[in-house]
Design a protein around this ligand. Sequence first.
Ligand code: HEC
Ligand code: HEC
Ligand code: HEC
Ligand code: HEC
Ligand code: HEC
Length: 308
Amino acid sequence: MRSKPWILLGLIFLSPFLVAAKYDYLLEVGEKTVKSTECKECHKSIYEEWSKDFHSKAYVNAPFKQGSKNYTSSECIPCHTAQEIAEEKNLKTRPVHKEEGINCTTCHLRNHMIYGTYKLTAKHKAEQDESMAKSEFCAGCHMPTFQEWQASGSKKTCQECHMPRTEGKSVQGFLLSMVVPKRMIGQHLMIFEKLLKEAALITGETTRESVKISLTNRASGHNMPTGKYGDYRIVLQTQVKEAEGKTIFSKEEIFSTLKKNGIPPQQTATFDYSVSFETGKRYKVSSTLMYRVEGRPEQLIASWNGEI
Ligand code: HEC
Ligand code: HEC
Ligand code: HEC
Ligand code: HEC
Ligand code: HEC
């Protein structure tokens, strides 16, 4: 039985590979690509963020279903349910689980390998791809926004604003989460309240004849709003009310991806409204900025209040 120690040594040497091989089904592509629920087994928190993120709705959301003529406009499909990251003209449709839109495998799986920004020892095979932390990573699908971002000279990447890192564990669940250390994890929910609240600044000036409102895009990443598809709107509403509550003036300015009139980064749009105030009376002036996307609840971005 001279060979026994060798077998044992061989097994010890091979064990990490055997464990990794057990999870090789995660690396399948095409028809065999796994659903994101397979990744949820271990990456539960990230999965939950992603399921609230609009990347996970990219295929099933009503405006897309309608816009793509019930999924018959073939030029619309590859980007909204992509197999993997690629330049715009090379994007390919994932043949399965289309309803998951842009899912875990779209962003993380290529050449039968799972890529991340770290060099981690995972249950599955994983390799480091530092380009995942760069804005270029998002450009294949977001080219118009990427170009605005490039022109702005922004010091922050798309990920620094949309996927801020916080300390935590990338894996949940008993046992596995006990051996995995805490590290900085990128958030997988791209539009969130704090980001919107920092996006814009409204200032106002009033005289006896006019109300002047200025709106600054201080998000600085790209136009506000940005994009080539869909209907993303930023709505500035200014109102003047008498002390008793009666509205004497109301005006809405709409910035939208459809109108292509988004405010460029760090720039200010100014509106001078003439309002006839009666002498001796008191008025309340308010201006609010709302984030409005079809089929979603409206969100308040910023506001300004004045008196005259
Ligand atoms: C494979 C294509 C693809 C890649 C890669 C991609 N996106 Fe997207 N992204 C989309 C599509 C399609 C939508 C529209 C989703 C929808 O239907 O609302 C979208 C929407 C968004 C939105 C808006 C969400 C909303 O509220 O509608 C943000 C923000 C965003 N992406 C940021 C990013 C960032 C940051 C990256 C890079 C880390 C990235 N995306 C990579 C395709 C992609
Ligand atoms: C739109 C592209 C995109 C989608 C969809 C996506 N990720 Fe990520 N993921 C990234 C990027 C970019 C990073 C790097 C973020 C960072 O480290 O700053 C990342 C990081 C990670 C990490 C490593 C921790 C970290 O922050 O570096 C894990 C684990 C991960 N993702 C798992 C998942 C899982 C599981 C899903 C599906 C539920 C998923 N991702 C969906 C782009 C994506
Ligand atoms: C059996 C558990 C398990 C499953 C299932 C799983 N992972 Fe992981 N994954 C891990 C562990 C463990 C790590 C290392 C975590 C750490 O050290 O923070 C990891 C790390 C990662 C990383 C970071 C790699 C790096 O080097 O930066 C990414 C990205 C990732 N997984 C994506 C996925 C995706 C996508 C899926 C689904 C296709 C998936 N994982 C399924 C356990 C799992
Ligand atoms: C400095 C922070 C910042 C950077 C950098 C940034 N964004 Fe944004 N992004 C925002 C904010 C704030 C919003 C919401 C308000 C708005 O529309 O500007 C937003 C909204 C979006 C939207 C939804 C459409 C819209 O305008 O509401 C998309 C898509 C998007 N960003 C993609 C990207 C991509 C892709 C990059 C990198 C090329 C990027 N962003 C870089 C802050 C940033
Ligand atoms: C190159 C990738 C790409 C292609 C091709 C593409 N889209 Fe999109 N789509 C996006 C991105 C990225 C967004 C997020 C907003 C933006 O940047 O325009 C988006 C957002 C949308 C939205 C808004 C979703 C929402 O939640 O309100 C609709 C609707 C939409 N696309 C319809 C279409 C239709 C219809 C086509 C075909 C004519 C199409 N898209 C082709 C990338 C793409």
